[in-house]
Ligand binder design. Structure first.
Ligand code: NAD
Length: 368
């Protein structure tokens, strides 16, 4: 069964870090029978330069058919003045929209060797492994009416609408329950039902779905403001957190800082399953194209490599292979290798390619 992976490396450091991901995929093909076929396409500024658009229809179609899309990063000062529809981010947004990627997964994983890089104390973050599941295509960012109106008396009124339907809530909760089964089997559903009707509906629908299909998973509920506090007080109490678009935006950024550096953070966006059980999926580092270091070979490839580990776990359902890759990253960090962004005193500073080499060597050693 050949697996189809589309790589859209994008701009800036995107091609540098995705080059290392390609080598890791190659290693899995050669050593773990992964059997993946890779295709490369343009997205972002480089696509605008070549085709006058940030992503072509043909690439969107390829992304839809691929088992997984691996994205690097898009953007950079070179494209600051291109027309709004052609801006690099438009390519990314179109892929998310056309593939209906409604579930955003942001893990916060703290490697022991980097525990001191967190703004919190070592004992609070060491060994941390939580997953935030954020609803990505609904809620207050998209609800109508969404407008600013002139009230005529020198006053203006801005309105955004928080709106969720049963099916929107159920499909994101389903993703969270499914994920929990592959992890610690616990879901924390987060809303503000004390002050929001959409929160009441969220709460009720999650409970209903849990009773119907997921009673073997432990479900708890928390108000969003308390969750923000608990994330910095005792983050290890969580396994999977599921929440709406707005709260997820804020909570996932809080959680990401628990682990230190932008260069370490992977993410995934998943779509609905079709009749054949296939779901579109896009995996990407949280960081951007880092124009300040692009082309210098200094970028940290770990966020992108950990994004591939997520693809192994969540699209290809190869949990042991994902564990192996995370363990290889852990080993390299424990051996004292660091790219510039995570450099600490007494450690050895390496570039993108050397970090990739070290991860491949650790994979080979762990694989025996
Ligand atoms: P950025 O994430 O690109 O960089 C922020 C800082 O972190 C920079 O100093 C950079 O050097 C550093 N950094 C980021 N990733 C790193 C890595 N892997 N290794 C080492 N250091 C790393 O954010 P920014 O500077 O605000 O944005 C730069 C460009 O990226 C902009 O055009 C922005 O629109 C775009 N952007 C794209 C995405 C995306 O493609 N998903 C996300 C955010 C920003």
């Amino acid at each position: 069964m050949t697996r189809n992976i589309l790589i859209v490396a994008g701009d800036g450091i995107g091609p540098e870090v995705m080059g290392e991901v390609e080598r890791v995929i190659g290693w899995y093909n050669d050593n773990r029978g992964f059997d993946a076929k890779i295709e490369n396409e343009l997205v972002g500024g480089c696509c605008y330069d070549a085709h006058g658009v940030a992503v072509t229809d043909a690439t969107v179609e390829k992304a839809r058919r691929a088992d997984a899309v691996m994205l690097g990063a898009v953007g950079g000062p070179k494209w600051d003045n291109v027309p709004y529809e052609g801006r690099p981010e438009a390519g990314l947004l179109r892929l998310r929209k056309d593939l209906e990627l409604f579930a955003n997964l942001r893990p916060a994983l703290c490697f022991a060797a980097l525990a001191d890089a967190s703004s919190l104390k070592r004992e609070i973050v060491e060994g941390l492994d939580i997953m935030i599941v954020r609803e990505l295509t609904g809620g207050v960012y998209f609800g109508e009416p969404k407008e600013i109106t002139d009230l005529g008396n020198g006053e203006r009124r801005g309105v955004d609408t928080q709106v969720y339907t049963t099916s929107e809530i159920r499909r994101i909760a389903e993703v969270a329950f499914d994920l929990a089964k592959k992890r610690g089997n616990r879901v924390m559903s987060v809303e503000k039902r004390n002050v929001m009707k959409s929160g009441v509906l969220w709460y009720e629908e999650v409970i209903k779905l849990h009773k119907e299909k997921f009673s073997d998973v432990k479900l708890e509920h928390m108000l969003a403001d308390n969750c923000a506090m608990q994330l910095v007080r005792n983050p290890k109490q969580f396994d999977v957190i599921v929440t709406d678009n707005l709260f997820g935006d804020v909570l996932s950024d809080i959680a990401s800082m628990l682990t230190g550096s932008l260069g370490m953070l992977p993410s995934a966006s998943l779509g609905a399953r079709d009749a054949n059980g296939k779901a579109c999926a896009m995996y990407e580092p949280v960081h951007g194209s880092a124009p300040d270091i692009a082309g210098t070979g200094a970028a940290n490839p770990i966020a992108s490599i950990l994004s591939f580990a997520m693809a192994l776990r969540y699209t290809f359902e190869l949990g042991a292979d994902a564990d192996l890759l995370e363990k290889a990253v852990d080993t390299v960090l424990a051996n004292g290798l660091r790219t510039g962004d995570i450099m600490q005193p007494g450690m050895k500073k390496v570039g993108t390619k050397e970090m990739g080499d070290a991860i491949l060597a650790a994979l080979a050693k762990l694989n025996g």
